[in-house]
Design a protein around this ligand. Sequence first.
Ligand SMILES: *Cc1c(COP(=O)(O)O)cnc(C)c1O
Length: 599
Amino acid sequence: MTSVGRKKKVDIVKDTDFVSKNLLSHPLENIEDVEEFYAAINRHHLTHAITKDRPYTYWTIELYDKKNGIRGGGGLGVLAADTRRVAEQSNVPFVLITPFYPSEQHQHYERTADGFNNYTTHEPVEYQKYGYQLLDSVNIHCNNTLVKLDVIEKVLGSTRILCITEPGFGELYSGDSGGDHRLYQEVALGFGGYQALKLAGLKPAIMQLNEVATFFAALARLDELAKNGMDFYEAVVYTRKHTLYTNHTLVQAAEAEFSYEQFKHYVFPNLKSLAVKQWLKDKFENGRIKLSSVTIEIAELRSGVSKLHARVANYRDLAGNKVKFKAVTNGIDIPTWTSKEVVKYLTDKGIIDKFFLPTEDYLEKIETIDAKDIIKLKKQGRKELNKVLAKRPNQYGKYIEIPENALLFDFKRRFVDYKRPWLAFSEPERLKTILKEHNAYYILSGRVHEGDHKMAEKLQNILNLVDSDPELKRRVFYLPDYDEELGRALSIGSNISINNPVVGLEACGTSWMKDIINLGLLISTHDGGVADAAADSYLNIHGNTEQEEINSLYLRMEEGAAAWQHEFDLEYLIKLELSAFLPIISGTRMLKDYLDYLF
Ligand SMILES: *Cc1c(COP(=O)(O)O)cnc(C)c1O
């Protein structure tokens, strides 16, 4: 470990040690624990403004929480689900407002005479099956009609999921991003969700907007304040002070726009205050509007999702000034994504506490990790992975099993261009040699967005390449319909995971966090949240050209594979990763960072 890396780590510890002090050893179940947690937080003046009736409110168009009936698309939804789970464990009053989509997509592959056939099915989802209660309904105005939205809720400890829904609501991200249906969904979440909050008897202490699709929630609040007689400028100031805009995107230019005409049909009819309507009308430029520009106007608090992302996100306000974002790096809910055995191991060793935060002396405790334990835990993880693989068909519709003693590489994330899922297939002979020499397997999993023909074709090419070579066919598998179950199982049961986004394009990413916490080796480019730590704390891919990066990737694969056969190297690398990333990974640390920023 370099001294520079170590110094940095100590700085992070200072940041998180307020709750970990004295709080080891028993689970957060009884009331004393809860009081202890609050006492710790209150010493730092964090939650005085949050109460049961005035909760932290979190607005998101996407939630990835299938246990509670809602399937997301990727990282944005996983983050929302993890944030709520962490709030529940920490007993923070927290309400997540999101649509309940009455239909969801599933992706399938089949081998036909002329290649791999990819098709999507649409399946109905009923909220009644997931323990939601119907509260009542609210109305919004869209396209000259009154749309009735059902308000449903599910209480989970100190938190709840509050949803608006109706049979015609459609699927997540259906239609064009600047299209009428998308605007309808966003308006329904904002104006409908704000009324839903009232219906549940709640006032928001803070509104966190998880990306700009939730802008209308803050607009609904501004409208309510102004309509109820608050001076318009005071209402703007008040709304701004209580709204946090969390940005996950890098370039504003890439964002879809809406037209004045669309707002005339979907947005203005829902506004009661003439002053607010006029304010919004003035924000159009050449008859078009980008939601980020108005979200920036309505939210004084703004955050990005990793240090690098907060620094490079290129956004300007309407006056043309560059927008500053506070870095709050994403974390994950450790118990959700980590095998029970590993959680117990890290807890018993005194590396994490009962809030899943690194302990005060986690750096010293990490030194007591033993390679034999890592190998044993990974074997248990492999069994758990194989149980999941037994019910998840591969691209041929067949079920695979990865031998207990074999090495497993994985690439699991949405198939979008910048994440480069094809990178390891750039030189098939080299890949084949690595896999063969180390008795290794490679699992790819990730969904192509419907309509992304370019990526669908790239995936076809990989599948055809694998199909044409007996050795690759024996060792490389694609698992369709990537979801939370596969994400978790692969993190638990794989030895080496690969994360190779084009540097500068990943906002944070959280899949790699799941891999590190489960004692796997990470091969990654220095991007997103990975770049929060030093580049020598993991198996770093570097290079000035893509060809150099490909070279570097193969070298790292060889290095990682060799480490799993040499206890000393494995132990060294795992300790290095955990020391650098544990505070970053902890979702409790993330929530605490948000609370610190907000109050
Ligand atoms: C963890 C997870 C993600 C996050 O993906 P990143 O590409 O790392 O942001 C997305 N989808 C699923 C199903 C996950 O489990």
